[in-house]
Design a protein around this ligand. Structure first.
Ligand SMILES: Cc1cc2nc3c(=O)[nH]c(=O)nc-3n(C[C@H](O)[C@H](O)[C@H](O)COP(=O)(O)O)c2cc1C
Length: 178
């Protein structure tokens, strides 16, 4: 068993999973149960978790691809992923991570189709056998979002002790499809 310190140190975003290596549902249940021990102000627990796997996961991916095929590029975002006035220091990091990622995939800057296909992999959960969709209760304000962030870290670390994981925000654009 990996310790929490090791999990913190080793954590990284994995963008390719072994599709036919199923994760037993009771392992997922245990992990979620552990992670939801996470602290929240006033113990409000302003989050919801939805676990998808098997046919449901495929159905979700197909529903998003269907929407995209119909020209729907997503709902109007309910929040900004990045500050509207993104500080230069953030932009430097964003550009670097994007460049590093595309270089690793062997994708050229002008390879638009390649980049779209790479983006689509998000909706395929990068072949992960299980996806956990975390939502924040709409009544929660920014403070509650922070509490949910703490829950997500707990999920990532708890999972990391057993299995690899990664966080995805791409689904935020398809909340109505979800
Ligand atoms: C809330 C959150 C959402 C993210 N969403 C995505 C995503 O949609 N797609 C993606 O490829 N990476 C996503 N990432 C991963 C980041 O790009 C990654 O954490 C960052 O580049 C640092 O790399 P590392 O996690 O390997 O240390 C997300 C990370 C966080 C914390």
């Amino acid at each position: 068993m990996v310790t929490v310190s090791e999990a913190v140190e080793e954590r990284r975003s994995v963008r390719q999973f072994i599709p036919d290596k199923p994760v037993p549902l009771d392992v997922v249940r245990q992990l979620v149960k552990k992670a939801t021990r996470s602290a929240s102000g006033g113990n409000t627990q302003p989050w919801h978790l939805y676990v998808v796997s098997g046919d449901k996961k495929v159905e979700l991916t197909e529903a998003v691809f269907h929407e995209m095929g119909e020209g729907n590029l997503g709902d109007a975002p309910e929040y900004n992923m990045y500050p509207i006035e993104c500080p230069d220091s953030y932009m430097v990091r964003r550009r670097k991570v994007a460049k590093d990622m595309y270089d690793l995939m062997g994708l050229k800057r002008n390879d638009k189709l390649g980049r779209v296909n790479a983006m689509r992999r998000n909706f395929e959960f990068f072949d992960a056998p299980v996806g956990i969709i975390v939502t924040v209760d709409r009544v929660a304000d920014r403070n509650g979002w922070g509490h949910t962030g703490m829950l997500i870290v707990s999920v990532l670390l708890a999972v990391e002790c057993f299995i690899m994981t990664r966080s995805l925000t791409f689904f935020r654009n398809f909340t109505s499809t979800l």
